[in-house]
Write a protein that binds this ligand. Structure first.
Ligand code: UDP
Length: 538
């Protein structure tokens, strides 16, 4: 299978001649290595040296031309995880003339996306770091279409969910280890290197404790569009049976267990008068998990990568994340952040076990499954006595691993109390529609008129026309915001107004210049831009 890369579509002799004469061409986007994606003609890869090669020929282009800054620290990040020092991309340089002395290159005719998967054994990483970024990198470059070839250079095997990567293009993705099968030198006719980071919402704590990214650029809409496409490609169709509301418990059967799952399920069914089912990655295909989740009113799960599947929940559904003893939910929020993306339209609640006796620990396990018996006695004692894991960096903090791999007996009364306080099961949740995200345009023809009433009394009338796009929209609530600032002052007075004009008299002084800004607001939160500032002299 791996050798299916066909050479029939390209004229070998012509390709070789083009490479020898013209050399490699590279044009990139992005100012920094962390936001850069590069497009290449004739980027080559030497499988023996495990190095990419840029051949300098008569038509070579290298933009940006960074000189040695190309190594400070790298040309670009190969994975979507920002500035991770195991994920850098660079290439070696050679004169095209050197090709005469090298093994005959094998040309890859497909348009290729070359990148690293970050952790293809973990579902959260698969979706957040790979699938979504690949999906939207492909949308950014129109020749990365359904026929594009993905090449994974991180060096791992297929991993636990390779089928999901296969959904992104009709061609079989290539792994680094398979490149050897093509020979000693392969040349990608057209390729893109690197991944868009635009869709990621979480940083894993390599330089500061984990948390939402500082500047999230993705909304629920893009996540849902991605989810819709993935479901289509998995042949999952949501049966529309609106009267059939049900709850899903996502169970882990290897570790981080819910010890009283049956009791929990019974309590849920009773409390919400709904069918309650379980899904698990151990007993069923991922597609069938998605099928069930995509129709659920509520998803309950232990903290863990499987919760990324909540991106397949219907709008209006609730996500309930359970945390083992001594783990503070606010410190680990990848799934909360996902559920809270604007337009994701999911409710989110966290429940935390606060009863130590309801927890089962595994101090004897290997360190990567949370064991602590390899630590000094004193440190073990400190960890066992601690009631909360202090904030920490990724990825090997033993106290964190010890606590997160506990099994938990969920205290039903406190769990139900959390649910009653935080989630509302909407019977018609499944039919929830996306809220409008259309923002107002600028208000038009803003004007001010002034008059002086008396030595210490003046009026300022501001008026404007509705934004141009409003006449084509049905908006529940249209309001306007006016900011008034006395020239030279550094504070301003904000006003929210329902109509298109208003006369201000309080705090308006005669013979004073005011700066006035006006903008429109739809439905309380959709802010438009301010119109050009008005200079109003009383
Ligand atoms: N996993 C699972 N059931 C289990 C334990 C793990 O399905 O009982 C899956 C989990 O969803 C993830 C992968 O195995 O995709 C790795 O799990 P790990 O505990 O290492 O990571 P975490 O879930 O904490 O991110």
């Amino acid at each position: 299978q791996s050798q299916e890369v066909s050479q029939v579509r390209i004229d070998y002799h012509a390709a070789l001649q083009a490479l020898q004469e013209h050399g490699t061409r590279m044009v990139c986007s992005g100012k920094m290595h962390t936001d850069r994606i590069c497009r290449f003609d004739y980027l080559c890869y030497c499988t023996e040296a495990e190095e990419f090669v840029f051949f300098h020929g008569n038509s070579s282009v290298m933009l940006p031309n960074l000189g040695p800054r190309r190594f400070q620290p790298a040309l670009l990040d190969l994975s979507s995880v920002e500035d991770h020092n195991t994920q850098y991309f660079n290439f070696l340089e050679l004169p095209a003339a050197a090709l005469k002395f090298m093994p005959k290159p094998v040309f890859v005719p497909d348009v290729t996306l070359i990148m690293n998967r970050f952790n293809p054994d973990n579902l959260m990483h698969i979706f957040h770091d790979d699938l979504l970024p690949i999906f939207y990198t492909m949308q950014q470059y129109s020749d990365l279409d359904d026929e594009a070839r993905l090449v994974f250079m991180e060096g791992w095997g297929e991993g636990a969910h390779f089928d999901l990567y296969r959904l992104l293009s009709s061609k079989q993705p290539l792994l680094k280890e398979q490149l050897r099968n093509f020979g000693k030198l392969m040349c990608f006719t057209k390729s893109y290197v690197g991944l868009s980071k635009m869709t990621t919402w979480y940083q894993y704590g390599f330089v500061q404790p984990q948390g939402p990214k500082a500047n999230i650029l993705v909304s629920g809409n893009e996540v849902r569009q991605f989810a819709k496409t993935m479901m289509e490609r998995m042949n999952v169709t949501r049966e529309d049976r609106p009267e059939d509301d049900y709850i899903v418990v996502f169970s882990r059967s290897i570790n981080r267990l819910i010890l009283n799952e049956a009791e929990l399920i019974l309590a849920l069914a009773q409390e919400f008068q709904m069918r309650t089912v379980t899904v698990s990655l151990e007993d069923q295909s991922f597609a069938s998990v998605v099928q069930v989740i995509s129709g659920a009113s509520m998803l309950i799960s232990m903290h863990g990568a499987q919760l990324v599947a909540s991106l397949f929940l219907p709008r209006g559904a609730a996500v309930v994340e359970l945390f083992p003893y001594a783990v503070n939910p606010e410190h680990y929020t990848p799934y909360k952040t996902l559920a809270s993306l604007p337009g994701m339209d999911l409710q989110y609640a966290a429940w935390r076990n606060t009863i130590m006796e309801n927890s089962v620990t595994y101090p004897e396990r290997p360190w990567d499954q949370g064991g602590i018996s390899h630590l000094e006695k004193e440190e073990q004692g400190r960890i066992l006595a601690s009631q909360e894991v202090p904030r920490h960096l990724c990825c090997r903090n033993p106290e964190w691993l010890f606590r997160i791999y506990q099994d938990t007996m969920v205290d039903i009364p406190s769990f139900l109390a959390t649910l009653r306080r935080t989630v509302q099961i909407k019977p018609n949740g499944k039919k929830a529609k996306a809220a409008s995200t259309v923002h107002p345009g600028r208000v038009r023809e803003p004007k001010c008129q002034t008059s002086v009433q008396a030595a210490n009394e003046a009026k300022l009338t501001v008026s404007w026309q509705i934004p141009w796009n409003l006449k084509y929209l049905k908006v529940r609530e249209v309001k306007y915001e006016v900011w008034i600032q006395e020239q030279g002052e550094n504070t301003y007075m904000p006003y929210i107004l329902p109509h298109q004009n208003y006369t201000f008299s309080e705090n308006i002084k005669p013979f004073t210049t005011y700066l006035v800004w006006v903008r429109c607001i739809f439905n309380k939160s959709l802010l438009g831009p301010f119109a050009d500032v008005l200079l109003c002299k009383t």
